[in-house]
Write a protein that binds this ligand. Structure first.
Ligand code: ATP
Ligand code: SF4
Ligand code: MG
Length: 395
């Protein structure tokens, strides 16, 4: 069902983001943190947003929550939450929806726990703000939540202040606070990075439980493709504030359409190797969002620019459907080239057409020409293809 909202057609999905742009004016120039991001998320579904540091993942989620505020921020596009457009909505309305309909688990737990109030009081107040219940009922609910996120002796620790909690416990307490109102949309920004593996698994289970229980829509933001592989129905790969690739998780892992995604998949740790080992490193670093490279923003780091007749560094690639319905990638490669290259990479061989990317030729500060050892053409690259199973494990 679609409804009219001020003359615009509102979508039926729980969340639809259309051409979102979030730019910050700074002394150094305009930072285009999010530059034309669109996606849809239905109830009961999970979207994984992945990308390297600085690609605009957090700014996108803060934008949805209405938390990119200040005089230096320019926001455009549309954010539809359950049929209501939020970019043009009054801030009071967005504040009302925050906590009641949508909640966020923040990347930095300290930023959302107040040092002067006990952990319990903060969860109780967050719950009572949107639920007409007594303090006792809210306290019981808070103890239950703290127990569910793995805080030991929750009925005692509920009266601790944030500084009495370890970093991991603060993260868990904040997750409890975010879940306290059973949000219909939950955004979890790197929810597990500060936690040990066992607690990570508990937290991810908890998010899945919530989703099953309440049919919530969930966005999980992470660097770790392994985390989103486990949980996501769809994946959005961000690069330099834009969407590089977007589609169903099985398509992104099974038949990725963008060289950046190939790099991320190649970097994914495998169960039989050291967790930190990067199998095929993506050379160089993400660009400054003040000076985004012209054409395809990934071109200084891409090995396949030679295949597109010079378009990569002059023409911005549009996000277009590749492989199958609903699977989009922003890349100039032809379907034939893309299919052939991925077939070779997934067989563990560096394609003959791969060239050393501009950023890999020069090691900053040394003046030394660098040829990454993995770029010997036609050679095996440590099993790139074996890294693509969604679980990250070899089959
Ligand atoms: N308030 C702000 N003013 C100016 N620039 C900002 C502001 N907030 C974010 N940025 C810039 O926007 C870019 C994207 O930031 P963002 O925090 O979304 O990255 P991210 O993908 O979440 O990275 P990470 O994985 O490290 O968390 C960065 O270059 C960051 O410096
Ligand atoms: S458009 Fe060109 S530079 Fe960008 S990912 Fe595709 S091949 Fe690489
Ligand atoms: Mg972030």
């Amino acid at each position: 069902m679609q409804a009219e909202d001020a003359g615009r057609i509102s979508p039926s999905a729980m969340l639809e983001v259309r051409d979102l742009r979030v730019h910050f004016q700074t002394d150094d120039g305009l930072v285009k943190s999010v530059d034309g991001v669109s996606f849809t998320l239905d109830r009961g579904r999970t979207l994984g947003i992945v990308g390297e540091s600085g690609s605009g993942k957090s700014v996108t989620s803060l934008g949805i929550m209405g938390l990119n505020t200040g005089k230096n921020v320019y926001i455009s596009g549309e954010i539809w939450l359950d049929g209501e457009e939020l970019v043009s909505a009054p801030p009071t309305r967005v504040r009302e929806l925050r906590g009641r309909k949508m909640a966020m688990i923040f990347q930095d737990p300290l930023s959302s726990l107040h040092p002067y109030y006990t952990v319990g009081n903060q969860i109780i107040e967050a719950y009572r703000l949107h639920n007409d219940v007594s303090k006792q009922v809210a306290r019981k609910h808070a103890i239950d939540l703290l127990g569910r996120v793995g805080i030991p002796q929750p009925s005692v620790r509920i009266d601790d202040y944030p500084h009495q909690f370890s970093g991991g416990m603060r993260q868990r307490a904040m997750i409890a606070m975010s879940l306290s109102c059973d949000p219909e949309l939950l955004i979890a920004d790197e929810p597990t990075t500060a936690l040990d593996v066992t607690v990570q698994a508990q937290i991810l289970d908890l998010i899945s439980d919530l989703q099953e229980e309440f049919g919530s829509a969930v966005i999980i933001i992470t660097h770790d493709l392994g985390v989103v592989a486990e949980l996501s129905d769809d994946i959005l790969v961000m690069y330099a504030g834009r969407v590089a690739e977007y589609g169903a998780a099985e398509d992104i892992f099974g038949d990725p359409g963008h060289p950046y995604t190939w790099g991320l998949l190649g970097s994914m740790p495998r169960m039989d190797r050291e967790r930190t080992e990067r199998l095929i490193p993506i050379p160089g670093t993400p660009p400054s969002l003040i000076r985004v490279p012209p054409g395809c923003p990934f071109h200084p780091r891409c090995a396949y620019t030679g295949l597109t007749g010079g378009r990569c560094d002059t023409e911005v690639p549009l996000l277009r459907e590749v492989v199958n319905f609903g699977h989009h990638a922003a890349c100039h490669l032809t379907d034939d080239d893309r299919t052939r290259l991925w077939a070779e990479l997934s067989a563990g061989v560096v394609p003959a057409e791969a060239e050393i990317p501009a950023e890999a030729k020069f090691e900053p500060g040394t003046g030394v020409q660098e040829s990454p050892p993995d770029y010997e053409k036609g050679s095996p690259v440590g099993g790139a293809g074996e890294t693509v199973s969604p679980s990250g494990a070899d089959s």
